[in-house]
Design a protein around this ligand. Sequence first.
Ligand SMILES: O=C(O)CCC(=O)C(=O)O
Length: 339
Amino acid sequence: MPFADFADLGRDLAYVSAAAILLVHGAFIAMPSSGAPALTAEQLAAFDRDGYLVLPRFSTDAEMLQLREAAASIEEAYDPAVDGGCIFTTSDSAAARKFSDAYFLGSASVTRCFTEELTAKDLPADSGESGGGERKAPPLNKIGHTLHDAHPVFDPFSHSPAVRALLLDGLGMGTPRMVQSMYIFKHPLVGGAVPPHRDATFLHTSPVDTVTGLWWAVDDASVGNGCLWALPGSHRQGVPRKMVLNSARDGTMFEGEDPAAAGAVVPPIPDSTGGWVPLEVARGGLVLLHGAVLHRSGRNASGVPRHAYSVHVVDLRPGVTWDESNWLQRPPDFPFRGF
Ligand SMILES: O=C(O)CCC(=O)C(=O)O
């Protein structure tokens, strides 16, 4: 069965579960046990139609500022000379690539920092938010991929009752498992663009892809500072390309082709969008992303930061398994957690 059909099945089940809840509560919205609304029928229909859904003010400013502060502490403490690093350069030396791969693959179970793809000459005089000073390394692009399971601030935030209700009652997931998290900085003037992609290319389950992205605007996100963009309905195209571990399991490779992602026209200006929709959202807003929807973000050419926190959740309901070919493999003593 193609991906879209399986996805339809999953969503149908979500509708059934929402309908059951509707009968119990006698209201036209899915109601989690906390009593707060999860997702309305209209929101579910929009998510099904577009492959994304924006939930303004899902979280509070205070929660976002707490995440911001926690990420700033990690960034401040990070020293590539001590911690190692994944500083992407144009170097294609096998040794550099191998080191990069090991650092990246290790981030499945250890929180790691990743820097922007910049050389010293690309750096503006004062691109950070710290007010200058001696620069230890290029600015951070992101922190990944275990914050949700390993950090005293990110863990409770990621597993909050509101998130649980959204996944179980709102989206109708049976066995949600948060597999990765990323704090994405997109610093002023240096924050890089993210090319068009589908999350299920990188995080896959069998026999059906079940990944959903949850992306929080830690700062107000607009076209100017590099907000997310999505291509409505592109989740119907499925996931023809997968990133998988190589046979030695020490690096990754791609299987399949995704012409729609590779050939996606990235519009230079908002009024020439090529069908792409900018997902401008104020601090605390949450964007839901179907695993197969094409999305991207622009570089931050503005002087305004655009921090975000993103987690990816799969539904390991009976009969669905986490692929052994995924780059992200946890050791037995650090399994994916339930809610
Ligand atoms: O924050 C961004 O710029 C991109 C994030 C993204 O693509 C994701 O979380 O899947």
